[in-house]
Design a protein. Structure first.
Length: 274
């Protein structure tokens, strides 16, 4: 039960970060800064990062943390790490600014380049997805109420629902990004339209798309545009331990984490061969 006990704390940490985000989200105005790569940054990103980084370091002092909003050490140092937390404190900042609710808190644990644990919290939906190599993947709804009832790992798995869910969908469903659609994505969709008689597009922001694959609500999510390791680490764990896979679109091989350069290759998130 070691991994289940380990996952309880990241779940609570993600929830606390989500509450910090909601406090900002529900305020009247949100100031937006631009980072060096022109991506947006808000006080919600910073507050969530502070909560997650501080609590992970306090609870797991032997495991280093890579956060989108934190300092990145040189690869000469990082290459020595067998385990590392990969964190996106607020995945979907553009959706946060648009106030459409499609943003998440992502906490993933990497061991030897592979995701072994993942937690994704959707604050507006009050929904938590979590997974580990030992317990599989789960979805917990109504977290504000339910997390108060969870005193043990056994209670957690009793209240949460195991992924994937059964589906009777007849169409071939493709998840597409609300803010990162590309020409390569359009070409992939057209390819799928040739192979499948009924193709349905489901648009969403942040790592919610990976969670939809884990649930079985969509067949595939082609991420054929820019992303970083902290965008996908937690989501890959949830997909992987629900029976899905995340593969490099060029090599059809599993992705690796804590690389020298943290940019992801274009990749395909799927429940099976497509």
């Amino acid at each position: 039960m070691k991994n289940i006990i380990q996952i309880l704390e990241p779940i609570h940490i993600a929830f606390k970060a989500g509450q910090e985000i909601l406090n900002v989200y529900n305020s009247e105005t949100v100031r937006v800064e631009l980072k060096h790569d022109e991506s947006p940054l808000t006080i919600a990103d910073k507050k969530a990062h502070h909560v997650i980084y501080t609590q992970l370091v306090n609870n797991y002092p032997h495991i280093p943390v890579i956060s989108e909003e934190g300092e990145l050490l040189d690869y000469a140092e990082r290459s020595k790490w067998n385990a590392v937390w990969l964190v996106d404190p607020l995945d979907g900042t553009k959706e946060f600014i648009k106030r459409n609710g499609e943003f998440t808190v992502n906490i993933g644990l990497i061991e030897n380049g592979t995701p072994v644990l993942g937690v994704i919290y959707c604050p507006v939906l009050d929904t938590m997805y979590f997974a580990s190599s030992e317990i599989g993947s789960y979805k917990l709804t109504n977290c504000t109420e339910n997390l108060q009832k969870i005193a043990s790992e056994n209670t957690l798995l009793t209240i949460a629902r195991k992924l994937p869910f059964e589906t009777t969908r007849e169409s071939f469903a493709i998840a597409v990004s609300r803010s990162h659609f590309s020409g390569e994505t359009e070409a992939y969709i057209q390819k799928m339209r040739v192979q499948h008689p009924h193709v349905e597009l489901i648009t969403s922001g942040s790592s919610i798309k990976m969670c939809l694959v884990a649930e079985g609500k969509v067949n595939v999510y082609p991420r054929l545009s820019y992303s970083m390791e902290w965008d996908t680490a937690a989501g890959e764990a949830i997909v992987k331990y629900s029976g899905g896979q995340v593969l490099d679109a060029s090599t059809n091989e599993p992705m690796l984490y804590n690389k020298k350069h943290l940019k992801n290759p274009f990749h395909i998130v799927t429940r099976g061969d497509v």
